[in-house]
Design a protein around this ligand. Structure first.
Ligand code: UD1
Ligand code: UDP
Length: 376
């Protein structure tokens, strides 16, 4: 029996963790013991607890209750808490997901006390170091022992940074193993996506012809110029279609701070723009499946749009998921009003989009479990 300590903290990590926990429960319960540590980075019920209730993830064994804060203070509190737990639990691996401050904190705490790190979603790069996530993922990858990349692009990024694909087991931090293994988020979308989960009773949630939009990337929420341009584009697009926006708390708090007052009023009083609280994962994938187009700056939502064969407009200047742009299923429009509208019209006029399989076979979590076991 091996022991892993899994670090989660932000919404997408909790969702990703469901895939590994499910694989452990179904196929590896006699081989892997998982201890779950929630840093408390996300804490509202609709950003955290809802996913435990809905996705069958075991309750966290520890919750550090770190909450929100500046990058340094937040990450430091996490490192301190995670270190104590790692010393007590002495696991065979620390498992971290993605690129948040919780990921970075786990990687720093574990690497200093020589606990091997398994990084799920390794190798992704935006090549934009102004993003906090880019710093987090580079640091985490370079401390890791086993690096599981969801895409070939991610795998090749690691090779370009000096990781050797010829390394042989036993992998260590100085002899790391890299994998191209598919995406645990795809595992989840296949597993949970087979039913219609529109639990809401309001009319808008029952519609089949709307734009689904999410906005939370820090430069889009914090820079008034960008937020105003995005919202002006949404107001224009609402002349074409209804728009559903499950709003991240970060964005909600900044709308009336960073939007011009006339734009703010038009936005929130628009009968075709439906702003809601964050929704559960089952509701979210149902909204994705029934949307005609997805407009987002989220990494996870970009991919889920692809999984459910929906065109996607990316409100960022680049993406780590460049394959979906290369095949023509997504367009990078940045926070640029005109480019967003142009992208919308492109997809309106060209609906024959191909969605080749890029993200694995839906069994990435099982693959990862097998590799963790066989490296001991
Ligand atoms: C974090 C991640 C980002 C990820 C996103 C997923 C970092 C640096 N960023 O960004 O990579 O895409 O999570 O959603 O780790 N807040 C609440 N309630 C909550 C959580 C947050 O009100 O439950 C508000 C607080 O005002 C907080 C702000 O949202 O200050 C930002 O939260 P934080 O976790 O720092 O960053 P995110 O923008 O959520
Ligand atoms: N998501 C959700 N409810 C919402 C918005 C998003 O369950 O109201 C899910 C979404 O389906 C995806 C994940 O959260 O699985 C993406 O997380 P987020 O956009 O917060 O972060 P990112 O992926 O950009 O790091």
């Amino acid at each position: 029996m091996i022991k892993i300590v899994t670090i989660i903290g932000a919404r997408p990590q909790i969702i990703k963790a469901a895939a590994l926990s499910r694989a452990i429960k179904n196929n590896f319960s006699d081989k892997i013991k998982e201890v779950i540590v929630h840093t408390g980075q996300h804490y509202d019920d609709n950003m955290s607890q809802v996913f435990f209730d809905e996705l069958g993830i075991p309750s966290p064994d520890y919750n550090l209750g770190v909450g929100s804060g500046k990058h340094g203070a937040q990450t430091a509190k996490m490192i301190e808490g995670i270190e104590e737990i790692l010393i007590k639990e002495n696991p065979d691996y620390l498992v971290v997901y993605g690129d948040t401050n919780s990921t970075l904190a786990g990687a720093i705490a574990a690497s200093k006390i020589h606990i091997p790190i398994a990084h799920i979603e390794a190798g992704l790069r935006s090549f934009n170091k102004a993003m906090p996530e880019e710093i987090n993922r580079i640091c985490c990858d370079h401390c890791s022992t086993m690096l599981f990349s969801p895409t070939l692009t991610g795998y090749n990024n690691l090779i370009n940074e000096g990781f050797n694909p010829e390394n042989k087991k036993t992998f260590t931090a100085d002899n790391p193993g890299i994998y191209h293994c598919g995406d645990v988020m795809y595992d989840n979308s296949l597993f949970f996506g087979s039913t219609d989960n529109r639990q809401r009773t309001t009319d808008i949630f029952q519609k089949d012809d709307y734009i689904l939009c999410t906005i939370h990337r820090n430069n889009n929420t914090d820079e008034p110029k960008r937020l105003n341009a995005i919202v002006r584009a949404l107001i224009k697009l609402s002349e074409e279609k209804d728009i559903i926006i499950p709003l991240h708390p970060r964005t909600k708090k900044l709308l009336n701070v960073n939007l011009d007052s006339a734009t703010y009023d038009t936005f929130i009083n628009n009968s075709r723009i439906h702003i809601t609280e964050p929704v559960s994962f089952l509701e979210m994938i149902s909204l994705e499946k029934n949307a005609s187009l997805v407009l987002t700056d989220s990494g996870g939502v970009q991919k889920e749009a692809y999984f459910f064969k929906k065109p996607c407009i990316i409100m960022r200047s680049e993406t780590e998921w460049k394959e979906i742009v290369e095949v023509g299923a997504a367009i990078i429009a940045d926070a640029d009003e005109e480019r967003i509208i142009e992208a919308y019209h492109h997809f309106k006029d060209n609906d024959a989009i191909e969605f080749p399989e890029i993200f694995g076979d839906g069994r990435a979590a099982e693959f990862i479990c097998n590799e963790l076991i066989s490296n001991i």
